[in-house]
Design a protein around this ligand. Sequence first.
Ligand code: HEM
Length: 950
Amino acid sequence: MVARVSIVSLILLVAGGCGVQQPELADCTAYVAGGFRKIAEDRSQRFLGKVQEDTARCRGGEKAVALRGTPWTDWQNYWATADDSSKAPGPSGDHVHLSPNGRGIDGALLDLEYQRIELIKFNLFDNNGTYEQYVRGRAGADGPALKVWEQMRLAKSNPYYAAVGGDGPQLCRGELIRARTLTGICNDIRNPLMGSNGQLFARNVELDATFPELGNNELVKNRHGDRLGLQNPDPQVISRKLFTRIQSAPEKCNEGLGLPGNSPQASCDYKKAPFFNVLAAFWIQFMTHDWFSHLDEGHNDTQLMSTGCAAQLDGGVEKPLTPEQVKQLNCRPEDRIDKGYVAAGAQPATFSYGGKDYLSRAPKTTENKNTAWWDASQLYGFDDISRRRVKRDPKDPAKLLLLTERAGDAGGYLPVLQASDPMNPQWVGQEATAFPDNWSIGMSFYHNVFAREHNLFVDAFRKQTAATPDQDSGLRNPANPDRVIRYKDVSADELFEAARLVVSAQIAKIHTTEWTPQLLYDEPLDLGMNANWYGLLKDSPLVAEALEKVVVNNFGKSPDAKRATQWYSVFASGPGIFGLGNHVYADDPVFARFDPKKKDLWDIKNPDHVNGGVNHFGSPFNFPEEFVTVYRLHPLVPDLIEFRDLKRDANGIRAKIPVVETARGKATQAMHEGGLANWALSMGRQRLGLLTLQNDPLFLQNLPMPRLSSGSGKIDVVALDIIRDRERGVPRFNEFRRQYGLKPLRSFDDFIDPRLPKDSPERAEQQKLIGILREVYGQHRCDASKVITKAQRNDDGTAINDCLGHTNGTMVDNIEDVDVVVGMLAEFARPHGFAISETQFQVFILNASRRLFSDRFFTSSFRPEFYTQLGFDWVNNNGPEKMMEKGRPNGHEIEVMPLKRVLVRTIPELADELAPVINAFDPWARDRGEYYSLQWKPRKGAESDEAFKR
Ligand code: HEM
């Protein structure tokens, strides 16, 4: 247990000589004496990630002070938040947390936690009709403390209506609470409908800030004039000018189609991230297929619409494109796509409260056709139709059906869709699995890997059963809770469902502790993400102490439920979100860390124990539309995959295979030809595409879409990224940032990374791209009398107006009009090791925690009673037994990471290749260096790898 010492005394103790430079010491003391920042009462006073000058100096020295004037968050300039070069000079001393480096990292963690608290406080907006209660409260309880909603009851038409209580109070019980249900009902046992398929997407931005295209209020009109529309600025023109990968040798790329015979001489240029591999790109596509889908069985509404290639700005005026311009841009006016579904499009009801007017929902809503839970529904199904594609092994129905298609591959491969399976014509030849749309070699890879993992868990369970048939398996049936279920009593169905729980939890763990720390490759985020899983307090006692002070100062140890909700969000960073509430002690009913010395009172018969760990912060859980936006990550995908052969020579690139030739049915064929091991090696060694401008795959700009009877038979998927966001009313970039508690930009020039030397080639490239942004989005003469937002105010307290601080009447950039998918790629200034932009990250901070907080199976129902004891241990240990990594990667003693474990288990041929790999998403042949290095150099043994020659 860490001794409780106040931050002030700790900082003063540092004066005794633990590495603080004298001028900084005064700043540390000044900042500490000022006390902790208050959590904002009103959204216009939010934190915005910007700190006082003395705080910046204390945590990052003069460099951090110098960069305070930029719109970007300050923590990225603190000591030790990047690679070795970001560490303060001199020794750190014993008091690691008090050294400049420690202050930098702890400071960053504190800033991030402030952001999270305020995001939870200001950014939850439900579309289902509960928002009015959130604002007004209900029956004496404040809105953010509400836990149950009428709108989350099952309707009469639901087959389980009677089972959960019909017209009376609804409570899921018995069979319905044992495991993840097909449609996602009964995860929260008191809100059966929440997160199930077909529920409405939520919002993270104020409802009247959505759908700026509709010009529904004065602020929006002031912000955008009459410049916005579904087709304005023209999405295909944006795509061709701002998203296209420029080729140094176009003939070797052939628009992403490579050269005949998959010749290794083919080459498609793309900007590469040195610390993230192609497996990581497909991982996130695999995840999105679990979390959300606007499409139903691969299609949208029946009506078709244009996707642009019609007009562009010319001298500030929008003019139709001439045929020559169309040719030069290489866009296609005849492309058509099916319009997005709209669930409710009628004008929403309004209400007034506290002198303010509110919309009860966004002007239009759409449905998430998937379950919102992290339930591996892309593998196991989310409705009756998708479930019919999931094949179980008739020889052992606890298993998924795997057919051995390749000689020497003992693990087997998923079967291919049959004519009798529900499917679209475009899916012919693909593996039979629940979510078949936009199938790629990466989807084929992960679906096969996790099907194998499912079966390996079943094998381990069967082995345990054979060894100890009479032993308690840990499993319980809530309908008959006192009956001990011995290993030999577990039915095939029960084991199938337990394996699904295990696989889902492993996937969530991989995403949280392996994928995300590599996506955000620096020390604060590594600690932060692991804290979501394991708890923050164990390694960062000062942060924990400080957070507790922040919480007590702002919310108090009060019985007030609203305050308790906020309190919870922070306190949860103590024990970690995962497993929260899965132990109940007499003196610590919800937040307890596991303590083997205390008597655990958790009881499956008590609904408050089963459900007690979840918290929805007053707003039913579903993903917001804005979350889908920031997952539009198409630039990650390269055009060509560098195919390798594990047995012959891992260092050699034998073929360059176009990704488009490994899509849909061709993915399955390519998988069967190449085999899991070779595809793993190929995608594991290749760097993915940076999320930046002019870096979208050429093949996605020209994707064949035979299902649409359009003139071209193709679609520009990245132009579609823009149109879909506009259809769903995502605010444009600057207002999006304001809504999420980030500083807005004043002009396109703000995108340029302020840390770059004036004469660097990178700066010149950024300037060039900024020029194109200005050409595409244009400028206007500003009017300072027009107030454009209520989400934030200027630093001096005045309202933000159309001139954004520029002189009234001058020409200003149309920075307010920039689409989020464009703005997020234009953010050249990023924290170290961030594959995504800071704006995208802000959306993740909120929603990544929420999807853990809201899920009973990751919190209070993460118990052997549901997972079996073997399953519970399997998730905790990353497999049958715990394994530690050698050495101290990035300065930490760590367990072998979960995806690495899964890959070695499911594809044993990879054992040698993976031995030196720490994180399966870091390019496998890269030398990681000592501390968050981003260098692209080979590790020992991979010097001859051709990927390092260019
Ligand atoms: C071979 C690779 C890929 C193909 C062929 C592909 C294709 C597509 C297509 C055609 C759509 C448009 C659906 C529509 O709105 O009509 C789409 C949407 C989307 N894609 Fe991809 N994609 C690929 C990879 C990825 C990757 C790596 C990501 C990373 C997260 C991703 C994320 C998304 C998202 C978030 C959407 C929006 C889904 C929704 O509206 O519910 N895609 N993709």
